[in-house]
Design a protein around this ligand. Structure first.
Ligand code: SF4
Length: 378
């Protein structure tokens, strides 16, 4: 019996337990079995909803202690065009505009531990902050006090105490695991990125679990990893999910080569590899949304819905994807068309998934704001 036949015999609601070898076998299925893999994955859906969150993207700083081989987000602090530290007043003004477009999520993403940079630290000190985490807390608090948006921060590796502090002003947080293989720390992708050490990243995701923070994570496909390393990464995330139950969505992101980066001439992952990975992720995570970024897969988006993907992620009607500025987000009515053509229903969600909107995961202030916004969802 092949592993695929074994999975086909498992009842829809029963969890699927697979080891590294079995997952790797699925990640390598040949053409005669690809459609079977997709079918068994998409059949595990429990509804026909495809969700998205209407957001605004706030790059708090473009400075980052890492230098990943595929990144065009990061800028040096002495670059005349850099966002060294975005001003709180400017952020609030942008958020006020975004409210008019119906945005409900303030996605605050920025370079990791940027306060290791002297210039960033100087500006932080001038504003009365000792580190970037404290500034982020202040920004999020202001967002909660002055706007109707819900903060979701994504700022890389963070220590336990900072996560604990930020939990008070964020409805959810996130950070891509990317891959849990330490081998990649020796490769062009991550050799200059101490923060991409998988041990540190898994520790952050684990600490978020201990703190009951609804969390987004995911893997990056095509940065030089082997198939068995993808399997290990999914198993590591699954272990944390089984322990803490805090992972609300898993992003399966495809590497995109970008001009001027060290990995400019690296091959992007094939559509087949993405199909197999998305399908396997759906099989392993019955209770977690599977997200494939629609701006990175404009012409192939619908295929992933046929593999069990059920979320488009954050879609911004007014800001670009600063991490992938060349890949425009589809318009919401395009996502609606993509979904409807396959018999699915596009549904707006908040930055926090419904099952986490409770006192166990949110303080009273966050809970009240979230409940009000939930009523406004279309
Ligand atoms: S990809 Fe993220 S962590 Fe890596 S250099 Fe760019 S901003 Fe920093």
């Amino acid at each position: 019996m092949t592993i695929l036949s074994y999975i086909e015999d498992i009842k829809k609601d029963e969890p699927i337990e697979l080891n590294q070898k079995e997952i790797t076998e699925l990640l390598n299925v040949k053409r005669q079995d690809v459609l079977r893999l997709m079918k068994v994955a998409t059949d595990r859906r429990d509804n026909n909803d495809i969700t998205y969150s209407k957001n605004i993207f706030i790059p708090l700083t473009e400075v980052c202690r890492n230098s990943c081989g595929y990144c065009i987000f990061k800028k040096e602090s002495d670059d005349p065009s850099v966002i060294l530290l975005k001003d709180k007043e400017e952020i609030i003004k942008e958020l006020e505009v975004s409210q008019k477009y119906g945005c409900k999520e303030a996605l605050i993403t920025f370079g990791e531990q940027a306060d290791e940079d002297e210039l960033v630290l100087k500006v932080l000190n001038e504003k009365g902050f000792e580190n970037i985490g404290d500034y982020l807390y202040d920004v999020c608090e202001e967002i909660l006090d002055k706007t109707n948006l819900l903060p979701h921060s994504n700022c890389g590796v963070l220590p336990y105490n900072m996560l604990k502090k930020l939990k008070e002003v964020n409805v959810s947080m996130g950070m891509m695991l990317e891959n849990s293989s330490p081998r990649l720390m020796e490769t062009i992708a991550h050799k200059n990125s101490p923060g991409k050490n998988p041990k540190l990243r898994l520790e952050t995701i684990s600490n978020a679990g201990k703190l009951n923070i609804p969390y987004t994570t995911g893997i990056l496909i095509g940065i030089g990893e082997k198939k068995y390393e993808i399997s290990d990464s999914l198993i590591d995330i699954k272990d944390l999910q089984e322990k803490y139950g805090h992972i609300q969505e898993i992003i399966i992101q495809n590497f995109k080569s970008k001009v001027g980066t060290p990995m400019e001439f690296y091959n992007e992952p094939s559509l087949l590899d993405m199909i197999r990975t998305v399908s396997v992720a759906k099989l392993l995570f019955n209770d977690v949304s599977i997200q494939v970024p629609p701006n990175l897969n404009y012409h192939t988006n619908q295929i992933f819905l046929l593999c069990g993907a059920d979320d488009w992620g954050g879609i911004s009607p007014l800001t670009k994807d600063y991490v992938n500025p060349n890949d425009k987000w589809p318009r919401i009515n395009e996502l609606q068309k993509f979904s409807m053509e396959l018999g699915f229903k596009l549904k707006e969600r908040l930055a926090i998934y419904d099952k986490y909107i409770n006192e166990e995961h949110l303080n009273q202030k966050l809970l009240s704001k979230t409940e009000v916004l939930k009523e406004k969802l279309i």
